[in-house]
Design a binder for this molecule. Structure first.
Ligand SMILES: *Cc1c(COP(=O)(O)O)cnc(C)c1O
Length: 392
């Protein structure tokens, strides 16, 4: 396949599978994604003990409690459990853009634009307009203003603006509150809704110290993933006004997302609210630790941009000349020579992120010790692949 500008078509989310036949690793540090987190013992107990009912009949007490608590936490009228982040974003877009000929505006590096199959067009007939994302996950407000359609028979109708917080492709960046406030002002003037894809919204509140209700104050809707770093086996939740959630509930049913004894899943959600949010700080600390160890040792060969490291997503820039797929494959493989140097076989899994960078995500199942081991392996591979480049 041809290389694209940012490498995403070449590598995207494809795993680096073909590691060289080597040694069986002593430790695997899997940093491919925070979706890998497993339900803890406590969460499994909460699931096992959940009181259940039929949620399509609104009779599942666990789900009702979960939705009420999320709505309250976010300062919104109502909430709705949905099966995934993609479904939450799709349902929200379909509700906000329920007029034929609607257009939504989003960033060109947003998950909704890049990784959701163009579902808003596929299923909703929604036209989308992409504005170039800045490295901090924002886009230019002036650019936005110039793309809001005037009332003209030639144009679609601008109904929705979508933002992403934290911003995945920009490296887990937390959107600045000042920018969100400016954006809200413009959207209010033009009567345009704002949807926040907050797959990792709790990472944003932990990193910034800003209450989650303040971050989403001016959002018409927000979607949050329960299965990203928080340990739930499935599910997301969307919040908004009572009327928005009523329409969303209808839409969810039409899309096949009405789950009967849903308390099995929302019990995990309640467990998250009580136990899993504040601990995200540990993931952020482990990300900083990896960055510090790598930069202090091999900065000229491979480096993590610490000014841009807000949360748990690290972007590792490989500057030693080694191809990114080879670099990631070597990180995952274990060979004899490294066991001599490092004392054990460490396999580090991550995704190529562009032609010269890889994405590494810290999460619940990565301890401080594993973060240190990952850093050791990265340093080792940065040196080894640089050496082999100059000697071959
Ligand atoms: C993962 C993710 C989604 C989609 O969530 P799924 O549950 O995988 O469908 C949406 N937006 C962002 C920013 C994400 O990281």
């Amino acid at each position: 396949m041809p290389a694209s500008q940012n490498g995403v078509h070449v590598q995207g989310y494809q795993a680096v599978k073909a590691t060289k036949p080597g040694k069986v690793p002593d430790v695997i540090v899997d940093l491919r994604s925070d979706t890998l987190t497993q339900p803890s013992k406590g969460m499994r107990e909460a699931i096992a003990n959940a009181t259940l009912g039929d949620d399509v009949f609104l009779e599942d007490p666990t789900t009702n409690e979960f939705e009420a608590r999320v709505a309250k936490l976010l300062g919104k009228e109502a909430a709705l459990f949905v099966t995934s982040g993609t479904q939450g974003n799709l349902i929200s877009s379909l509700v906000h853009c329920n007029v034929r000929g609607s257009e939504m505006i989003c960033g060109d590096n947003s998950h909704m634009y890049k990784y959701e199959q163009g579902n808003v067009a596929q299923f909703g007939g929604i036209h989308s307009c992409q504005l170039p994302n800045e490295p901090d996950g924002t886009f230019s407000i002036d650019d936005l203003k110039s793309h809001i359609r005037t009332d003209d028979i030639h144009y679609p109708i601008t109904k929705l603006v979508c933002v992403e917080n934290t911003h995945n492709r920009c490296g887990g960046r937390v959107l600045p509150l000042k920018w969100l406030d400016e954006l809200a002002e413009v959207c209010k003037q033009h009567e345009i809704s704002i949807h926040m894809d907050g797959a990792r919204l709790f990472n944003a509140t932990i990193a910034s110290g800003i209450p989650v209700s303040r971050i989403v104050r001016d959002m018409s809707s927000v979607s949050i993933c329960l299965s990203k770093g928080l340990g739930a086996p499935a599910g997301s939740v969307i919040v908004g006004s009572k009327s928005f959630i009523e329409q969303a509930r209808r839409m969810r049913k039409a899309l096949g997302g009405g789950i009967r004894q849903n308390g099995i899943l929302t019990a995990a959600g309640l467990y998250i609210l009580d136990n899993m949010i504040t601990r995200l700080q540990e993931d952020h600390d482990n990300a900083q630790l990896i960055a510090k160890l790598v930069n202090s040792k091999v900065e000229k060969l491979a480096r993590i941009d610490t000014e841009r490291l807000d949360t748990n997503i690290l972007v590792l820039h490989v500057t030693n000349g080694c191809g990114i797929v080879d670099f990631c494959s070597r990180l995952a493989a274990v060979e004899e020579n490294e066991i001599v140097t490092l004392g054990k076989g460490i396999s580090v899994k991550c995704f190529p992120w562009s032609n010269t960078s890889a994405r590494l995500v810290t999460h619940f199942d990565i301890s401080k010790e594993m973060a240190e081991l990952a850093a050791q392996k990265i340093c080792f591979v940065a040196q080894e692949t640089a050496r082999s480049k100059t000697t071959s």
